[in-house]
Ligand binder design. Structure first.
Ligand SMILES: Cc1cc2nc3c(=O)[nH]c(=O)nc-3n(C[C@H](O)[C@H](O)[C@H](O)COP(=O)(O)OP(=O)(O)OC[C@H]3O[C@@H](n4cnc5c(N)ncnc54)[C@H](O)[C@@H]3O)c2cc1C
Length: 453
């Protein structure tokens, strides 16, 4: 039996960030982090082990980030939590008595039961697990053709990387456009064009109804239209579910989607001052709709972890987590796509009274430098007050940072009117021109629409 001040269960993005935050906020506390894997991967880098990176060794989350600030790492698995006794038992039969418990249990990929053939050999998922992924890379290496099912950002990035490696890749998406949850249709169409230009065979508006095997291995997939596509391997990129089984076993409450219920300080509900949950296992609430949500992002996970860590011993009303803005960007070659907040389609579906507007300019000035890229900014704002509810960006490599800035405008409840007087810094090689800065120009388009209503 061992006593620790703070026990973190999980060594992914949220566990790591929570442990580091606790150590910097409360340096006198002993922090122990338990994780299953010998080596944790940088999760967002996983798609790149299939193409751009030499192997998964290039994508390891350095333990030094934890050990250098005094966090102890235990490679083990927690199999039991006793909330009343404030204790956790591990697979190696160690009992850890905690003062504070941080659950950072993460998520696991789904392998849908309704999809016949999903359990065949050579049908893979993308877990955040180095051993599985190394084995998968070895097994698919002899393949000529690979089908990826599901064109969310993970399916898109994995398809692009497999294509880059020289495999013939078909990406199948049941929705009308790819990246459909995060982007409005016009952005999905451009993304699809770029993916096709690079050689990926993209099929949209059609689902996979069955995976057909021969001798236990996949042979072809059957689309809802009845079309057959021969393939040597299938990658399922059909979503992730929270890994909350041990929490449920300990009678910690889960919400209707299986996430651990938490308050805005990430403490588990109802009313625990000593247990917090962060990251993919913790309840998500959409910042704009205020509804429960299932978005899982490392960026959200780390923001929650910082919130939980800072508020672990005493609460600060200045530091709650007020909902996920789901800020994300991805790149297809030199073309990038960023999104923050709500899309126009979702806003309409949720019955918000909105106006949207966009502007296309360049991300440098002049716009004919060798690395210049078109930059489109779309904003979705509340029609009554002009508050920014969502933003989407298409452009070059500055897209990610611009999207982050839009995310903070949403979080700060900034209005389009305020954007009209926004002060910016510009530089020919780095940004659009001061007179044609796409974010401000998009705000002008919207302000005019609001005036003309
Ligand atoms: C391929 C891929 C690409 C992605 N790209 C991006 C991106 O570009 N940007 C972005 O924001 N997000 C991205 N994500 C999402 C992001 O990876 C997740 O949101 C993030 O990993 C969540 O971190 P987490 O710590 O909550 O959970 P996880 O990363 O799932 O980590 C959970 C950890 O808990 C451990 N664990 C679980 N149960 C136990 C137990 N009982 N005992 C001990 N240890 C346990 C696990 O072993 C693991 O170490 C991507 C995800 C994938 C799969």
């Amino acid at each position: 039996m061992r006593k620790v001040d703070v026990l973190v269960v999980g060594g992914g993005a949220s566990g790591l960030q929570a442990a580091i935050t606790v150590k910097s906020t409360y340096p006198e506390k002993e922090v122990v982090l338990v994780r299953k894997e010998q080596h944790a991967l940088i999760p967002c880098g996983i798609p790149y082990i299939f193409g751009s990176l030499k192997d998964s060794e290039q994508d390891i989350l350095p333990d030094k980030l934890l050990t250098s600030v005094g966090v102890e790492i235990l490679i083990d698995e927690i199999v039991d939590i006793d909330v009343k006794a404030h204790s956790c038992t591990s697979k190696a039969r160690e009992t850890l008595i905690y003062t504070k418990l941080i659950l950072a249990l993460g998520s696991i990929p789904t392998r849908p039961k309704w999809l016949k053939g999903a359990d065949l050999g050579n049908v893979f998922t993308i877990p955040k697990n180095k051993v599985y992924l190394d084995d998968m890379v070895r097994k698919i290496s002899a393949s000529k053709h690979i089908v990826v099912i599901g064109a969310g950002f993970i399916g898109v990035e994995v398809s692009d990387e497999l294509n880059k490696k020289g495999f013939k890749v078909t990406l199948v998406e049941i929705e009308k456009t790819i990246l459909n949850k995060a982007f409005d249709e016009e952005f999905g169409i451009i993304a699809e064009e770029h993916l096709r230009e690079r050689g990926v065979n993209v099929i949209t508006g059609e689902g996979v109804s069955e995976i057909i095997g021969k001798d236990g291995k996949v042979n072809y997939i059957l689309l809802s239209s009845g079309k057959k596509i021969d393939t040597d391997a299938v990658v399922l990129s059909m979503g992730y579910v929270p890994n909350t089984e041990i929490a449920a076993k300990a009678n910690i409450e889960l919400n209707e989607f299986g996430f651990i219920r938490t308050c805005e300080y990430m403490r588990v509900l109802p009313c625990s001052n000593d247990i917090v949950a962060v990251g993919d296992c913790a309840e998500k609430r959409d910042f704009v709709t205020r509804k429960l949500d299932r978005t899982m992002l490392a960026s959200t996970a780390c923001a929650e972890a910082r919130t939980a860590g800072m508020n672990l011993y005493t609460l600060s009303p200045c530091k709650p987590f007020t909902g996920t803005i789901a800020i994300y960007s991805t790149a297809i070659g030199n073309h990038a796509f960023g999104t923050a907040g709500i899309t126009e389609a979702r806003a309409i579906q949720e019955n918000f009274n909105i106006i949207s507007g966009s502007f296309t300019g360049m991300d440098t000035h002049p716009g004919n430098l060798s690395h210049s890229h078109k930059q489109t900014v779309k904003l979705i704002v509340a029609a009554d007050c002009g508050m920014i509810l969502g933003g989407e960006v298409y452009g070059g490599y500055s897209t990610g940072e611009l999207t982050n800035a839009i995310g903070f405008l949403i979080q700060s409840r900034v209005t389009v009117k305020a954007l009209l007087t926004m002060q910016i810094g510009t530089q020919p090689l780095l940004t659009g021109s001061p007179a044609g800065y796409p974010l401000i120009k998009a705000a002008e388009v919207l302000a005019k629409k609001m005036r003309d209503r």
